[in-house]
Design a protein around this ligand. Structure first.
Ligand SMILES: Nc1ncnc2c1ncn2[C@@H]1O[C@H](COP(=O)(O)OP(=O)(O)OP(=O)(O)O)[C@@H](O)[C@H]1O
Ligand SMILES: [Mg+2]
Length: 261
């Protein structure tokens, strides 16, 4: 198991957003996390990536306890994430956005930047290479010089994934990568996510688009009001009466309130 989450809990004042959640994710697999709006899905990612400190519980990545590590330390251990709302620099190019993302992780100190030390120059070159490699993977090299403002929503979603990939991760957390894009484009993104897992990456994926999840995920965890109410294969989840009652029956297929990039 590449990721082990044990009894993870996060309370915001009186609200328990994530409540006693266990999860084990196998290397190279696609683990989906579904649940109604406000179920605690993004909070769960925020805990794994160090953006929130858990109230209790444990997060083990490749045998190492990362429960209390800050985001930059977790990124260095090769866990990357995308955000439900992706903040790209609209006036900068696709390539620059990915380079900046990579530089934020690998940057030299201020001294290096001012005096352009050998390390700074080397890191700059490496960031550029990583960025290009990531753009090649998400099939956007032809748009490298376009500004973010001029590309489609689906392409922006690919840039967000490229930003994560440029940091050379082993585990990638994708928060609603297909929100706000049309069904044809959703198929393309699903193929991309499949390609990520095939290349050896472990993918955790939050999505509301059920048809996408059902065909893509190896396993699915269902959260409801912070609690894990089910976990299993797509087939098991599809036929689970508790899930149907709490979630599948109550929400329109393909629905998503959260459409921003
Ligand atoms: N920083 C925070 N401070 C206080 N409450 C928060 C914070 N972040 C999330 N919450 C609350 O925790 C609960 C879970 O939110 P979360 O964003 O994890 O849900 P979600 O499953 O990702 O929902 P959605 O599908 O709408 O994205 C919500 O009630 C939300 O208001
Ligand atoms: Mg969310």
């Amino acid at each position: 198991m590449v990721l082990k989450v044990e009894k993870l809990t996060k309370a915001f004042g009186g609200l328990t957003a994530v409540n006693n959640v266990n999860l084990q994710v196998e290397e190279g697999s696609i683990q989906a996390i579904i649940g109604p709006n406000g179920a605690g899905k993004s909070t769960f990612f925020n805990l794994i990536s160090g953006f929130h400190l858990p109230s209790s519980g444990k997060i083990i990545f490749k045998g190492k306890d990362i429960t209390k590590l800050p985001p930059n330390k977790i990124a260095k251990l090769r866990i990357a994430r995308t955000f439900q709302t992706t903040n790209l620099f609209e006036n900068a190019t696709v390539l620059d956005n990915v380079v900046i993302g990579n530089r934020l992780r690998t940057k030299s100190g201020v001294f290096d930047a001012i005096f352009r030390t050998k390390r700074e120059i080397r890191e700059e070159k490496e960031s550029m290479e990583k960025a290009f490699e990531a753009l090649r993977f998400v099939e956007l090299t032809h748009l490298a010089d376009q500004s973010i403002g001029s590309i489609t929503q689906e392409q922006k979603k690919r840039v967000a994934i490229a930003l994560a990939l440029a940091t050379d991760p082993e585990l990638v957390l994708l928060d609603e990568p297909a929100a706000g894009i049309n069904p044809d484009e959703t198929d393309g993104l699903a193929a991309l996510i499949k390609k990520m897992a095939k290349s050896g990456l472990t993918v955790c994926l939050i999505e509301h688009k059920m048809s996408m999840i059902m065909s893509l995920a190896d396993r699915i965890m269902v959260l409801n009001q912070g609690e894990r109410i089910a976990e299993g294969t797509p087939e098991e989840i599809r036929n689970n009466p508790v899930v149907i009652e709490a979630y599948l029956g109550s929400e329109e297929d393909e629905s998503s309130k959260t459409t921003s990039v």
